[in-house]
Ligand binder design. Structure first.
Ligand SMILES: NC(=O)c1ccc[n+]([C@@H]2O[C@H](COP(=O)([O-])OP(=O)(O)OC[C@H]3O[C@@H](n4cnc5c(N)ncnc54)[C@H](OP(=O)(O)O)[C@@H]3O)[C@@H](O)[C@H]2O)c1
Length: 300
């Protein structure tokens, strides 16, 4: 890999995840340049790229298809490591899950990186699956908790452990990948801050608030059906219904533990689940403030 990676370009660094990654990289001492849409993918500034050792893409889900141009520009400019905008479900293991149809652009971006790095060995990539953005998902309702009404929605039994990462943890993981380029070359890694169950999270918020919460039980089969119906009508909010099935279904098997959780490889530690919930309960941010559109989609 040669000299250490120092200069990093973050594309979409103004987004929710992008800000956390810029923070993680700056804290770790990298020189960071943020590329916004003003200097769009097609006109990726050559002088910036020439100076950059690595590019981290955190562009929004619907635009991940644009990454092919970014990869081409980064490769042409001699960038050594490209981290694509994955940061969610592990798209290498979607099997026949219907959510895979919606995630095609992510799958193709990783395939494209794989192909380009085979043709150009000095151009490398690392992809990172994070599971649910846990702190962010608490705020927009995806974890199924409404702190204003002390209401929880539990899908299936609520006993399935799922992969979840806090945004600052993802920022640290990206910095660690770039600090250890040798062990992360051309690898698809999975990380987790922790792997909670829905019932564990409910138990903790009841303990922290000293109150019993009202619990609604729903099934992931129903979510799958709603998601399929929406998708057939071209409604992309289907993603969130299909996501609930993928993440919370009994037997989903998405927890990443032991050697499957790359935080050991990256020299990171698990986050504190109870502390994360405590911080969320204490925060005065309103439910859904993070993403109004997503909150509305999740309401169904
Ligand atoms: N695991 C999870 O729970 C979870 C949750 C949310 C997101 N994610 C994933 O995290 C990644 C980033 O998502 P995010 O929610 O942080 O993104 P976001 O905030 O919606 O957007 C990130 C940035 O993308 C750029 N952007 C927006 N629209 C664009 C367009 N049409 N074309 C090109 N660039 C555009 C913007 O940057 P500029 O304005 O600076 O150009 C924006 O700040 C995605 O891969 C997403 O799938 C995962």
């Amino acid at each position: 890999m040669g000299s250490p990676i120092k200069n990093v370009v973050v594309v979409g660094g103004s987004g929710d995840l992008g800000r956390a990654i810029v923070g993680g990289l700056v804290d770790a001492g990298f020189a960071v340049t943020v590329l916004t849409r003003e200097g769009s993918t097609a006109t990726f500034p050559a002088d910036v790229a020439t100076k950059a050792d690595a590019v981290v893409s955190t562009i929004t889900t619907v635009a991940v298809g644009a990454q092919q141009q970014l990869v081409d520009a980064a490769l042409a400019a001699g960038v050594r490591r490209f981290i694509p905008s994955e940061f969610g479900l592990n798209t290498r293991f979607l099997g026949n899950d219907p959510i895979g149809t919606i995630m095609q652009a992510k799958i193709q971006a990783v395939n494209y990186l794989h192909e380009k790095s085979k043709q150009n060995p000095s151009f490398t990539w690392t992809a990172i699956s994070t599971g649910l953005f846990f702190d962010w998902s608490l705020g927009c309702g995806l974890v199924g908790l409404d702190k204003a009404t002390k209401t929880a929605t539990i899908y299936d039994s609520g006993n399935e452990p799922y992969q979840a990462s806090n945004l600052p943890h993802i920022g640290k993981a990206v910095a660690a990948v770039l600090r250890h380029p040798e062990v992360t070359t051309n690898r698809y890694l999975s990380i987790a801050s922790f792997n909670p169950t829905q019932n564990q999270v409910l138990g903790l918020v009841e303990k922290l608030t000293g109150q019993e919460w009202t619990v609604h039980h729903l099934t992931t089969e129903e979510q799958q059906r709603i998601g399929a119906e929406k998708f057939a009508k071209g409604d992309h909010s289907a993603f969130f219904n299909l996501l609930k099935k993928r993440v919370y279904a009994d037997g989903a098997g998405l927890a990443v533990r032991g050697p499957d959780n790359a935080i050991d490889l990256l020299g990171l530690e698990e986050d504190d689940l109870e502390g994360t919930l405590q911080a969320w309960l204490a925060s005065d941010r309103e439910q859904g403030e993070l993403k109004g559109t997503i909150r509305d989609w999740l309401a169904e």
